[in-house]
Design a protein around this ligand. Structure first.
Ligand code: F6R
Length: 259
């Protein structure tokens, strides 16, 4: 796993958007996996700006969301489909029919259908990830099987508290259930990029990168992936025991080596 410690979110956005740009230059039909939440917002702003300046086109790109709430309609302003359209895809030339998310309105059949859609697109080239304060990726809460596929999950009280900022600050208004790509679904992507910013992520980041691989901290499954990149700011890196080593590796990386 490569750990990159950046000075700020914009530096992270430059690195991640650069990697997506290379994928687009080299692949005729790129497939990207999108996370929601606050962490990737700077990346989406950077991708929008590269589109606006003519450097990037998403016309041939397919995008898959990581997860979706169950119990609110697709058009709800906080459904992840609505969020990703608002912060990213409505502002670029990605065709609306090329944006896919788990169908939170059909949780019973939605998981298997979503798996089939990802497979028929040829799998995901780059999957963006955030990390929850409890170590979740997607909405794979602690105790999620590392072999899990897209399925219905219940959110922990901690995650509902964390996400209440999008629901009038009332955790009771945050949906209890979600459809999320499973841990194994996420691990199928060819390149995983997990970002984390701020001191509240320092504990989960250190556990994910340097702790044991365990279902109790689903982000630790990234250790099983052969191409995983973790991009963190200073505050989120503070509990990493090998942070000086990671810094040195990145600073001395040969120019021809990509993330
Ligand atoms: C969002 C998702 C979640 C978030 C995580 C961090 O699609 O799957 O795993 O990435 O909850 O959220 P933020 O970025 O808001 O701290």
């Amino acid at each position: 796993m490569e750990v990159i410690i950046v000075e700020n979110e914009q530096q992270a956005a430059d690195i991640v958007a650069g990697s997506i740009g290379l994928l687009m230059a080299e692949t005729s039909a790129p497939v990207i996996g999108l996370a929601t939440g606050s962490t990737p917002l700077a990346v989406y702003a950077e991708l929008r700006s590269r589109y606006e300046s003519g450097d990037l086109s998403f016309a041939d790109t397919t995008a898959f969301l990581l997860d979706e709430y169950v119990g609110i309609p697709h058009h709800h302003p906080e459904s992840y489909r609505s969020v990703i359209r608002r912060v990213f895809t409505d502002h670029v030339d990605l065709p609306p029919s090329s944006l896919h998310g788990p169908d939170g309105e059909d949780p019973k059949n939605g998981g298997a259908r979503y798996e089939a859609m990802i497979e028929s697109a040829g799998g995901i080239d780059i999957q963006l990830l955030g990390i929850g304060s409890d170590g979740h990726i997607g909405f794979n809460e602690p105790s999620s099987s590392l072999a899990s596929r897209t399925r219905l999950k219940s959110l922990t009280a901690q995650t509902r508290r964390d996400n209440s900022r999008y629901f009038g600050d009332d955790p009771d208004d945050v949906p209890r259930h979600v459809l999320t790509q499973g841990v194994a679904t996420i691990l199928d992507a060819r390149h995983l990029i997990l970002m984390a910013f701020g001191s509240s992520k320092a504990g989960p980041v250190a556990a994910a990168v340097e702790g044991p691989v365990t279902a109790m901290l689903p982000a630790s499954a990234l250790q099983l992936h052969q191409h995983a990149t973790v991009v963190v700011d200073e505050a989120a890196s503070i509990e990493l025991r090998l942070r000086d080593y990671y810094r040195e590796c990145y600073a001395n990386k040969p120019a021809w080596q990509r993330i």
